[in-house]
Ligand binder design. Structure first.
Ligand SMILES: *[C@@H]1O[C@H](CO)[C@@H](O)[C@H](O)[C@H]1NC(C)=O
Ligand SMILES: *[C@@H]1O[C@H](CO)[C@@H](O)[C@H](O)[C@H]1NC(C)=O
Length: 313
C-alpha cells in the first residue's frame, strides 16, 4: 500500500465531524433544531416508521411548539394529501398514545380536528396531522405521506462512507462501502433497508468484489447471529424480476454484464421445497451466488457509494 492509499484509508476510516450536515436528502430547520425530509409517496404507518428508521431518523412528531410549527408549515406547503403521518401512535397498547421517542400524548401540543379522536370501529391507532395543523386518529394501514426528523446533536459524525451509520466500512479495493446486516429480513425488506441507508443490496461486479464479500461474510460467523434462521446465505442485489429463470441485478444488468456470474454448485436450483420457487438473489459464504425464497428472512449485505448521501456541490 502506498502513502497516498494509507492517507485515504486514514481519512475514510476516521471520517470527519461535520457541522450542520446529516444527509443531502434532508433539510435543516433552525427553529426545529434538526433536519426534516418529506416523503411524498404515501405509506402505511409501519412502513413510514421503518423508512425513517433506516434513514437514521424518526417518524416526526410535534413534540414541542417549535417542532409543531415547523411541521405544520411543511405539511401545509408541501403535501398534496389531506395530511401526513406523525410518529404519535398507540400500536403497543390501545389508547396509550406516545411519540416514537416515548413522549406521552398529554405532553405533546396537539389540537384535535372536530370529532377526533374517535377510534372509529375500534380500529384507529395512528395519528395524522391535517393541512391546518390539527390532528386525527386513523387506521395505521391507511397510507399517508410522512415526515422524518433528525434532531441535531453535538459533534455529529459523518464517516468516510458519507453516513452517520457506523455499520458501513470502506473497502479500497472496490471503492465501495459495505454493511453486513446480521438481523434476518426478507429480501424485499432488506432492499428497503439498504435503500433507506443510502445504498442498495450489494451487487458483485468482479471476482475481487466477490472476495471482499466473502471476507465480510467471514467476519460475521454463525455464532454472531443467534436465532434459528439460515446463515449460510445472505440476500444481495439480483433477482428474476418476475421472469422465471431470468437473473438480472437490481440495476437491470445481466450477471455477465455486471461482471460476475459464478453460482454455487447446483445453483440456481429454484428449490420448490417451500411450495414456491426461489426468485430472489443471495450469496453463499464462499462468495458464490445463490437463489432463495424472497420471503425467507436471512442476513443481508448492503453496498453504498461513499458520496451517495453527501452534498454534491
Ligand atoms: C382543520 O381541518 C379539518 C379537516 O379539514 C376541519 O374539519 C377543521 O375544521 C379545521 N380546523 C381549523 C381550526 O381550521
Ligand atoms: C420454479 O418453481 C416454481 C414453483 O414450482 C415454478 O412456478 C417456476 O416455473 C420454476 N421456475 C423455473 C425457472 O424453473
Amino acid at each position: 500500500m502506498n502513502v497516498f492509499n494509507s492517507l485515504c484509508v486514514f481519512l475514510l476510516f476516521y471520517g470527519v465531524v461535520v457541522d450542520g450536515k446529516f444527509r443531502n436528502d434532508y433539510k435543516f430547520y433552525e427553529a426545529a433544531g434538526g433536519w426534516f425530509k418529506l416523503h411524498e409517496v404515501p405509506a402505511s404507518w409501519n412502513n413510514a416508521w421503518y423508512k425513517c428508521f433506516r434513514e437514521g431518523a424518526v417518524l416526526a412528531s410535534p413534540e414541542n411548539e417549535n417542532l409543531f410549527s415547523t411541521m405544520k408549515t411543511l405539511v401545509a406547503e408541501h403535501t398534496k394529501s389531506c395530511g401526513v403521518y406523525t410518529g404519535i401512535h398507540a400500536t403497543f397498547s390501545k389508547g396509550d398514545y406516545y411519540s416514537i421517542e416515548g413522549t406521552p400524548l398529554s405532553k405533546i401540543p396537539v389540537f384535535w380536528a372536530p370529532d377526533e379522536p374517535d377510534n372509529f370501529q375500534n380500529g384507529e391507532d395512528c395519528i395524522v396531522m391535517l393541512l391546518n395543523g390539527t390532528v386525527a386518529d386513523v387506521q395505521c394501514t391507511d397510507v399517508y405521506p410522512f415526515l422524518c426528523f433528525k434532531k441535531k446533536t453535538k459533534n455529529m459524525f459523518t464517516s468516510g462512507c458519507g453516513t452517520v451509520d457506523t455499520g458501513y466500512t470502506f473497502d479500497p479495493r472496490t471503492g465501495s462501502c459495505y454493511k453486513f446486516h446480521r438481523l434476518p429480513q426478507t429480501w424485499h425488506r432488506a432492499f428497503a433497508a439498504c435503500s433507506g441507508e443510502g445504498g442498495h443490496l450489494a451487487i458483485i461486479n468482479s471476482d475481487l468484489e466477490a472476495q471482499v464479500i466473502k471476507e465480510l461474510y467471514g467476519k460475521n460467523p454463525d455464532s454472531t447471529m443467534p436465532g434459528n434462521f439460515v446463515k449460510h446465505s445472505s440476500h444481495i442485489g439480483h433477482c428474476d424480476w418476475g421472469e422465471r429463470g431470468l437473473w438480472l441485478t437490481i440495476h437491470g444488468q445481466t450477471l455477465k454484464e455486471a461482471g460476475y456470474d459464478k453460482w454455487s454448485n447446483g445453483e440456481p436450483a429454484n428449490s420448490t421445497q417451500a411450495s414456491t420457487g426461489q426468485y430472489c438473489g443471495a450469496v453463499h459464504r464462499p462468495g458464490t451466488l445463490n437463489d432463495v425464497w424472497c420471503n425467507m428472512p436471512t442476513p443481508f449485505i448492503c453496498e453504498k457509494a461513499p458520496d451517495s448521501l453527501v452534498d454534491d456541490e
